[in-house]
Design a protein around this ligand. Structure first.
Ligand code: FAD
Length: 389
């Protein structure tokens, strides 16, 4: 546990993962960096930001998500130059596979939306899928989409680069210090209580990922998001054979090959949907994922699994994140609900969160993104159907 340098800050960000750090980064470009505090009870990369598959894709159903993702891709392309840390962003594409006619319709619809945003997505018949991944078993594949500018990033250098840049700018980032309570007068945030003491602040950002629900409870606001455990594994290094990230619509299976040759991937297990019971790797997942990899790429039958781990998605009911001020508590901002896609949306989404914290207008439609969208029961909401993988 560490104590902060000051007793009051203009903005306190709870969570020092990629979302909290990027939010601090954009805020520090427009306000005194010394008045921003990032506080985290764990360590850098201890949360989902150090446990994910590194996938960065622009293939989405909702227009605003496509735009955010496209901006993130541009940001990550520049990251090495701008931050001095190479995140090994490799644009080997994303290949979505459909196994039923219904899934083909979903992909066709998505293809139309993505193309109308100016991205050169391609719809592939099963035979053409082999041009992209020659080792796939395409006998049951009905169709696919492929976008070459999607890719995979190494999460750790992104977090390290952000931390180094924030330190240089004078933003205080405090790890191993848990937030215990959020104080308000019922309408407006006043302070937070941490293990290191009480800190006055008029603005708090909930960037606690899979723990955002707990932070909402502390603030006394409705709990919209909920954590789900997701497992992931890496095989031993294999001779490079796979350029894109491959995703199946049916089970949300995803896998890619790192530059070290490991195949890294996961799928959605039934127990992902259950309440949190601690981080673990299950035998069932190893069996299911091995079967799935063998089915899709028969040559992987001989590959050995090197390691497995898990982390929390922070899921929202409509598959879209919650960005902006809480409708019930002034000064309490959300930057959560990213599900399994917070890394790819982080640079663009948090730039808007920073604008909202600074009281500026953003180009995002509040009906799509605002936490207030859940205060209107019965009202039709946009749903992101491709919030999978
Ligand atoms: C297995 C897996 C695979 C994934 N694959 C991808 C992918 O391919 N592409 C992609 O874009 N995304 C992926 N994701 C999702 C992505 O990792 C997350 O959306 C993203 O990292 C969320 O970042 P965050 O900063 O919000 O959360 P985190 O990195 O989890 O950070 C939240 C922080 O809050 C801190 N905290 C919690 N409670 C408190 C408290 N009381 N006081 C102080 N601090 C607190 C925690 O210690 C933690 O460090 C994946 C996630 C998992 C688990």
């Amino acid at each position: 546990m560490t104590s902060p340098q000051r007793s009051s800050y203009e903005v306190v960000i709870i969570g020092g993962g990629v979302i909290g750090l990027f939010t601090a980064h954009f805020l520090s470009q427009h306000m005194d960096p010394g008045k921003i505090l990032v506080v985290d009870r764990g360590f850098a990369t201890g949360g989902a930001s150090g446990r994910n598959g590194g996938g960065v894709r622009q293939q989405w159903e909702t227009r605003a998500t496509i735009r955010l993702a496209r901006e993130s891709v541009e940001f990550y392309r520049r990251f090495g130059r701008d931050f001095g840390y190479n995140p090994w962003f490799r644009q080997g594409g994303y290949l979505f596979l459909a196994f039923t006619e219904e899934e083909v319709i979903t992909l066709r619809r998505m293809e139309t939306g993505v193309r109308s945003e100016g991205l050169p997505i391609r719809y592939l018949e099963p035979s053409s899928v082999l041009d992209v991944v020659p080792d796939l078993d395409v006998r049951s594949v009905r169709g696919a989409t492929y976008l070459a500018s999607d890719g995979v990033i190494l999460p750790f250098p992104v977090v390290w680069g952000l931390l180094a840049s924030l330190k240089e700018r004078g933003v205080e980032v405090l790890y191993r210090t848990a937030v215990r309570a959020i104080d308000s007068d019922g309408h407006q945030v006043r302070a937070i209580s941490t293990e290191g003491g009480r800190i006055s602040t008029p603005k708090v950002v909930n960037a606690a990922g899979g723990w955002s629900r707990e932070i909402n409870l502390m603030a006394g606001v409705p709990t919209i998001t909920h954590p789900t455990l997701h497992e992931i594994l890496a095989t031993e290094p294999l001779t490079p054979f796979l350029d894109p990230m491959v995703v199946t619509l049916s089970r949300g299976t995803y896998f890619s090959q790192t530059m070290r040759g490991e195949v890294v991937g996961g799928l959605t297990m039934d127990h992902s949907r259950s309440t949190r019971t601690g981080l673990y790797s299950s035998r069932e997942f190893l069996v299911e994922m091995s079967k799935e990899l063998n089915r899709l790429v028969p040559r992987l039958a001989e590959a050995r699994i090197l390691r497995a781990w898990s982390g929390y998605y922070d899921d929202s009911p409509d598959g879209l994140p919650l960005l902006g001020e809480d409708p019930k508590l002034g000064g309490f901002f959300h930057a959560n609900g990213f599900g399994g896609h917070g890394f790819m949306l982080a640079p663009s989404a948090t730039r808007r969160v920073a604008q909202m914290v600074l009281g500026q207008k953003t180009d995002l439609d509040p009906a799509w993104i605002s936490p207030a969208r859940f205060s209107k029961p019965g009202e039709a909401r946009t749903v992101e159907g491709l919030s999978l993988g």
